[in-house]
Ligand binder design. Structure first.
Ligand code: ATP
Ligand code: MG
Length: 559
């Protein structure tokens, strides 16, 4: 029998892959080259994951190349820390640019040359108008622009002035270089856009070499062309910039003309996908840094415990289109949950411990019981779990005066301890204020692994031997925003959920788990999925809740 190997594509068929298929069929291109062009002005977020999976995924599917290019033309907000975080996050997501790491700033000299070409052709001029005048004369959707009084400068005059701009002879903002296109254009981007400005700023790559910096619209298309990019994939807000993208390339001396294709941004409900806004949360202290597990940054999701394969799967499910939409958080969490259900070893963790004394169990005895690490997958193996006279159970697994439908602990009722014996609750001990602080129970020594008489016990609860339990801090997370689309609000900070973090300082975990590799996500049976955090609280390991066992969002989003 021959076995057919099905090669899983990274990117499901969509209008972009159709264009690429045609370009390959018509021999317009032999090799596909894409790029992911982040600006190093913040950490990447879940929205960027879509662009990364698309660009690197298409390159992989077509045996092409994907470049990582830092779009570093705005030194004010850019930093090495951000550039490093971006690389870490792309690699963690499972992609590799290999030797193809570039910076827009690598091309500053060439870009300067292209600007001079435009000047020589009479297609660019130095403008001395103030920023306010320039804005005013640009017009708007209803009002055509007005030509600058400096628009008529000769090429020679412009060349001298542009050189002087570069040489630092003018103050910041005193002059700009503008493309000379059409001040009456219906597309405002074509109304003589600024292509160079004077800014005395230290650049993370070029230091103090330059005091003029090229603008995004001039830089991006030419960087694409210089790198031989075949398909320049960007988000929909650049659709109106495409005529400018093409104009610049058409009017300078360069062979390659990449095709810009736009697709819709990924937005996820109850989150923010904007570096600028995420930065605000960090700066104002609403979260514990860019990698706070509540953040929709890739670093936050990693720290939280989202598997990279699950993020890739999610992005694939969402697909590529031109329709803007907000994807429900439920969909993202379902994908995470499905992954973790298959990949997470099971352990027992008690979040709100209540002590149980098993009165008829020998005082000094410790038994090692065997528990399966995964109920459906034997390859996960088994582990030994210590059992003794005193154990912890979950406070919510006891109820005073419970009705018949409560299948857990109440006076006189029998339950099964997971992987262990049946116990019957005899008495609840209360403190002076009436809080239950301990349960007295008895166990059936014959009940290990089920009883002979086959009596049915409906409830099974998790537990931990008190003498062996490892104290841990558990952090539960709720949504970071109270509003499904915080970006649509006048001030998204008003939607920050003040109760998005709940700390459980006294949780208890099976022994031996906290010392395991930090990368493993565990299912604390009957509770949720958890991953160990990078921090330790007063020598206690900290565990972050990755996702709940069942969907707690669906109801919320229907409201
Ligand atoms: P932000 O507003 O968060 O800063 P950006 O678009 O300015 O986003 P860049 O660093 O310029 O951030 O983005 C790099 C690439 O990622 C661009 O090609 C951009 O189109 C893409 N991208 C950014 N946000 C999203 C998103 N939400 N969904 C899909 N792609 C995105
Ligand atoms: Mg940007």
């Amino acid at each position: 029998m021959t076995e057919k190997i099905i090669h899983q594509k990274h990117v499901t068929e969509n209008f972009i892959t159709h264009i690429i298929d045609e370009d390959l069929a018509s021999k317009k291109h032999k090799n596909i080259v894409t790029r992911f062009p982040p600006e190093p002005n913040g950490y990447l977020h879940i929205g960027h994951a879509k662009s990364i999976c698309l660009n690197f995924g298409i390159a992989a599917d077509y045996q092409g190349t994907c470049h990582l290019r830092f779009d570093d033309t705005n030194p004010e907000k850019e930093s090495k820390e951000y550039a490093e975080a971006i690389q870490r996050d792309i690699k963690w997501l499972g992609f590799d640019w290999q030797e193809n790491k570039f910076h827009a700033s690598d091309y500053f000299e060439q870009l300067y040359g292209f600007a001079e070409q435009l000047i020589n052709k009479g297609l660019a001029y130095v403008d001395d108008q103030s920023a306010e005048d320039m804005r005013e004369n640009r017009g708007d959707f209803n009002r055509p622009g007005i030509n600058s009084p400096f628009r008529g400068r000769t090429a020679d005059e412009n060349l001298v002035l542009f050189k002087a701009m570069r040489a630092g002879e003018f103050a910041d903002g005193a002059k700009v270089l503008r493309a000379k296109i059409d001040m009456q254009s219906g597309n405002i981007n074509m109304r003589d856009p600024v292509i160079y400005r004077i800014r005395r700023l230290h650049h993370i790559n070029t230091g103090d070499e330059w005091c003029i910096y090229p603008m995004y619209d001039f830089t991006h298309c030419l960087s694409d062309a210089l790198e031989g990019i075949t398909h320049s994939l960007c988000t929909l807000e650049f659709e109106d910039h495409r005529p400018l993208y093409d104009w610049v390339i058409d009017n300078v001396d360069i062979e390659c003309h990449p095709q810009q294709i736009e697709f819709s941004r990924l937005n996820v409900s109850y989150t923010i996908t904007s570096k600028r806004r995420l930065a605000q949360l960090v700066e104002q202290g609403n979260v514990d840094g860019w990698d706070d597990p509540r953040m929709s940054t890739i670093s936050g999701l990693r720290r939280r415990g989202y598997p990279p394969a699950a993020i890739r799967d999610f992005v694939k499910q969402v697909g590529i289109s031109k329709k803007n939409s907000v994807i429900s958080m439920t969909i993202l969490e379902d994908v995470i949950r499905n992954h973790l259900n298959q990949t997470s070893p099971r352990v027992m963790g008690v979040l709100h411990p209540l002590k149980v004394v098993i009165e008829n169990y020998p005082d000094d005895q410790v038994e090692m019981l065997t528990g399966a690490n995964h109920p459906q997958d034997e390859s996960f193996g088994t582990r030994e779990i210590p059992f003794s006279r005193e154990i912890y159970v979950e406070q919510s697994d006891y109820k005073e005066n419970a009705n018949r439908k409560f299948f857990r602990l109440t006076e006189g009722r029998e339950v099964r301890l997971r992987h262990a014996y049946y116990i019957t609750c005899r008495e609840a001990i209360k403190d002076a204020t009436g809080n239950v602080i301990e349960l007295r129970c008895t166990y059936d020594p014959e009940s290990r692994g089920g009883t002979e008489d086959g009596r049915k016990v409906k409830g099974t609860i998790h537990w931990i031997s008190a003498a062996h339990a490892e104290p841990v801090e558990v952090r539960l997370y709720d949504r970071l925003f109270n509003h499904p689309n915080p970006a649509s609000m006048e001030n998204f900070m008003d939607a920050v959920n003040p109760n998005s973090l709940e700390i459980l300082p006294n949780a208890m975990l099976e022994p031996g788990i906290a010392a395991q590799e930090a990368d493993v996500v565990y299912q604390f049976e009957r509770n949720a999925y958890f991953k160990r955090d990078k921090t330790h609280e007063k020598d206690k390991p900290v565990f972050n809740q990755v996702v709940t066992m069942r969907d707690s969002w669906a109801k919320l989003e229907q409201q």
